[in-house]
Design a protein around this ligand. Sequence first.
Ligand SMILES: NC(=O)c1ccc[n+]([C@@H]2O[C@H](COP(=O)([O-])OP(=O)(O)OC[C@H]3O[C@@H](n4cnc5c(N)ncnc54)[C@H](O)[C@@H]3O)[C@@H](O)[C@H]2O)c1
Length: 357
Amino acid sequence: MSKKTKVAVIGVGGISEVHIAGYKANPDVELYAFCDINEKRLKEKGARHGVTRLYTDEATMLKECPEIEAVSVCTWNAAHAPCSIMALNAGKHVLCEKPMALNTQEANAMKEAADKNGKLLMIGFMRRFSDNMEVLKDFVNAGDFGEIYYAKARYIRRNGAPGGWFGNKEFSGGGPLIDLGVHVIDMVRYIMGKPKPVSVYGATYDKLGNRPGIKSLLAGYTASDADSKTDIFNVEDMATALVRFDNGAILHIEVSFSMNIPKEEENVEIYGSKSGAVLYPDLKMYTQQNDYLTNVSLAQNPKMGFEYMFVKETAHFIKCITEGMECRNPAEDGVVLMQILDAVYESARTGHEVIIK
Ligand SMILES: NC(=O)c1ccc[n+]([C@@H]2O[C@H](COP(=O)([O-])OP(=O)(O)OC[C@H]3O[C@@H](n4cnc5c(N)ncnc54)[C@H](O)[C@@H]3O)[C@@H](O)[C@H]2O)c1
């Protein structure tokens, strides 16, 4: 029987559930320990998942459980860098939730810690593991799109601030750009073959806030401790930007927690010299064949379920550690993403284009 990888989860709030589900579904993993500064939540999670090694402090967990080989960091954003760096320095492999960090400086420090210790730092860009992304990537790699020169990354919510720490810049680093934008921007850059961003022009707004007066409940996903009426909200509620890459391609970003739109929308669109594609709700490609304009879709819609992507992401993380598989979401991709986000915020602040060196 092969040895099971002992995994700990740091931060056992909302998103940890899908990391835990992924590890529990993996016969090569032993879910070994949990850590959370919220002791009540920690105990509840431990009881729910049969994990008995419970710690309110990461340093103590790493000291008392040297046999832990890998950790998922599922804390709020401000704790990603300190928790990941501590785990990497203790010789653990790390799967860190998105966004990688609060800013590029922190992201670089995390990558340096991984490199210095020779450990894997994988970033939780889990949408790269959806089947529709894998299909689209296959078509792009086969040359079906020609040169991709324009793309759109949109993740807009009408009334969808997740509450709690998400609205507090000190803990989140920003609003929908760093929370939602990170997903769709990464998807586009990944599909395009990871071009280097060279300049950014962006704007952020806070006209609607988190809409505490709206009588309907918070829509969709919420932080574990969220109260839309009392939570601090000092981040942007909407952001838009244009990113230019070194291959001349342009990406248009549009994200919101609050906006007067008909409905929530998440989408990625790419436009190439041979074909274009829209990812949601089902992957559709637009091209020309034999001098006719044609639309291409798969006979069977690819799977995209939320939990399903985490099962694949966590399984990939374990395979990278145990079988030396090349990591699909390496730390450097997280660093570049943070450069884009920092540049959008800087451009919004100054009103000018920001050059990324
Ligand atoms: N991939 C996705 O689709 C997705 C979806 C939601 C959230 N996320 C990300 O997951 C992370 C967590 O979000 P969430 O919704 O689970 O938040 P949450 O508030 O539900 O949980 C965060 C938990 O981290 C704990 N924590 C904070 N600092 C800690 C520390 N230093 N040590 C140990 N525990 C600590 C908190 O006590 C809390 O229990 C965020 O980075 C968020 O961006 C990703």
